[in-house]
Design a protein around this ligand. Structure first.
Ligand code: 2HA
Ligand code: ZN
Length: 266
């Protein structure tokens, strides 16, 4: 199996092992490097064409690995060709062709519109470096979304204060989208707007979208946010008597050479 597919499968199963992918929950897309899609070309035996409900023209001609709609992360290592697949976007970005996998009638993830628009936002935000968009249903960050108003400043401050590394890992903060119907184009556009600013966003009462250049970076980001949420909820249950101060957050950002989002500090 090609290394890029092996690495993709590992991330799917790592998320399952964390308990973030009950049933068919969550989805993952990876924008392949040219050398990776060439390496996989011998696998390309399908040519099923599908129209897209959104304009993905900035991604024209790009190849993506995607999870299958209704398929379970838990099953990805057992049978990759039924649970994930490779698609290539049309030259006008209005549809795509399934080239490999997604066998037995699967389609790409129901959140493909969100994934594609999120890729467009993050490619712009990172000078083309972002390749991974990951959606998961971690319990703690989802639980935390019930305890606050859907406000990025409130959420980011809670997370930065809940684990010292957080301000270094996501100095821009984490965005949050109020409850919306998943799987549609409206939530895709709203998510993509927030991802222009933040590398990760919470979907209130649902889960999280994270992004990154590599599988490690993306998984690590979601893992860090989820762990901070867990610490926050534990500390809050026990009773919080003190926390990391804004000055300490600034000192931390300086020490690690990152630019913390000053709008979220007092
Ligand atoms: O793939 O997680 O948001 C199922 C979902 C939809
Ligand atoms: Zn979901």
């Amino acid at each position: 199996m090609q290394k890029v597919i092996e690495d993709y499968i590992r991330m799917c199963y790592d998320g399952f092992l964390q308990g973030w992918h009950e049933r068919n929950g969550g989805n993952l897309t990876y924008r392949m490097r040219p050398e990776e899609s060439e390496e996989c070309a011998s696998l390309f035996t399908h040519d099923r064409h599908v129209d897209l409900p959104v304009d993905a023209s900035p991604l024209a001609g790009e190849y993506f690995i995607t999870t299958g709609s209704g398929r379970y992360m838990r099953n990805v290592p057992l049978c990759p060709e039924e649970n994930i697949g490779i698609i290539k976007l049309d030259d006008d970005g209005k549809g795509y062709t399934i080239l490999w996998g997604l066998e037995r009638g699967a389609k790409p993830t129901s959140e493909l519109p969100s994934h594609l628009l999120n890729h467009i936002s993050r490619i712009k935000a990172t000078d083309g470096r972002c390749r991974v968009i990951y959606h998961a249903h971690p319990a703690n960050i989802t639980a935390l979304s019930y305890t606050i108003e859907p406000d990025a400043r409130t959420l980011s401050r809670i997370l930065w204060q809940s684990e010292t590394e957080c301000a270094v890992v996501f100095p821009q903060g984490v965005g949050i989208l109020d409850w919306m119907i998943p799987g549609g184009t409206e939530i895709a556009y709203e998510s993509a707007k927030l991802l222009k600013t933040y590398p990760a966003i919470v979907w209130a009462f649902h889960g999280i979208f994270g992004s990154g250049e590599t599988f490690d970076e993306t998984f690590g980001l979601v893992h860090t946010i989820e762990k901070a949420a867990e610490i926050y909820l534990k500390a809050r249950s026990a009773g919080i008597v003190r926390t990391i101060s804004d000055d300490q957050l600034r000192i931390l950002a300086n020490a690690f050479g990152v630019k913390i989002n000053e709008e979220f500090l007092a």
